[in-house]
Write a protein that binds this ligand. Structure first.
Ligand code: CP
Length: 309
């Protein structure tokens, strides 16, 4: 039996290199199949989604992925239009959604929310972002993008810049990168360094340097992963204003980078990558968003099929 069948996807920490490579191979297969063959993979299956926070890419790529493999989607993207407004609990909402669907995709502002939902749901739960904690399917997409664009992950030098305190994609990416032999440089304002409660866990998996200066290792990097300062997660707007616009990746910075380096961003971006960078061969964040559809299609196919497809 395929090892992903009916399994929750809560944390990227549960994915070793072998599992990640299995998803990457399934993603490659999905890309190669013709549309008719692809639509057989989840024919007649239903994805249910619950988004308690805004989303463009994650929700739409899940919907688009499910449609591409023959399934359908239903869900709540505007929680104010749901019975949550009448006081219905997350537990009851999850219970109901798991009656109507074969797999449940949840985004929620609280750490631990997806784990909680998985204990209630009779159907597998996929974490689409839980507080500041994790965004595992984003990490799968990020690692797949690196592998496709750089032809490898082992041996790369990877810089991660921006809001390392509140950015959940950073944590999932770091845990995922822990399966590979990489050099990691973390760049952030002093107040947005990775959280000390997670440092021990990350250090168990990989070694990294920390800096406030984006130029410190810029000429060595193979990958620069840029993140947005997460305004909505700051308890105090004054603190946000102190770090707003700390880093802007523009053509001047790009000139200092290796010719074949790539720039990634989980998106949405605000002002941390100049629009002029979009036209360069180094900008791979829109490809990254496209890979997100295919990696999610592979994950859904593996979750909902007893045998490999
Ligand atoms: N990268 C990401 O999670 O984007 P959305 O918030 O638009 O889903």
């Amino acid at each position: 039996m395929n090892e992903f069948y009916q399994k929750d996807v809560i944390s990227i920490k549960d994915f070793n290199k072998e599992k990640l490579e299995k998803i990457f191979a399934s993603t490659d297969r999905i890309i190669q199949l013709n549309p008719t063959e692809r639509r057989e993979i989840c024919k007649g299956k239903t994805l249910g989604y619950l988004f308690y926070e805004p989303s463009t890419r994650t929700r739409l790529s899940f919907e688009s992925a499910m449609a591409s493999i023959g399934g359908n989607s239903l869900g709540i993207s505007d929680i104010s239009s749901s019975s949550t407004q009448k006081g219905e609990s997350l537990a009851d909402t999850v219970r109901i959604m798991s009656i109507y669907s074969d797999v449940l995709v949840l985004r929620h502002p609280l750490d631990g929310s997806s784990r909680f939902a998985s204990e209630i749901s009779e159907k597998p739960v996929i974490n689409a972002g839980s507080g500041t904690e994790e965004h595992p399917t984003q990490a799968i997409q990020d690692l797949f993008t690196i592998k496709k664009e750089k032809k490898k992950i082992d041996g790369l030098k990877i810089g991660i810049v921006g809001d390392l305190k509140y950015g959940r994609t950073v944590y999932s990416l770091l845990y995922g990168l822990g399966n590979y032999d990489v050099d990691v440089h973390l760049i952030s304002p002093e107040s947005l360094r990775i959280r000390s409660d997670s440092t021990y866990e990350i250090k168990k998996r990989l070694e990294f340097t920390e800096s406030t200066n984006i130029e410190d290792h810029i000429d060595e990097l193979d990958v620069l992963y840029v993140t947005r300062i997460q305004k909505e997660r700051f308890p105090d707007e004054e603190e946000y204003l102190k770090v707003k616009g700390s880093y802007v990746v523009g053509l001047d910075l790009l000139k200092q980078m290796k010719d074949d380096s790539i720039i990634l961003h989980p998106l949405p971006r605000i002002d941390e990558i100049s629009a002029e960078v979009d036209q360069t061969k180094n900008a791979k964040y829109f490809e990254q968003a496209e890979y997100g559809k295919h990696t999610r299609a592979a994950l859904l196919g593996l979750t909902l099929n007893e045998n490999d497809f």
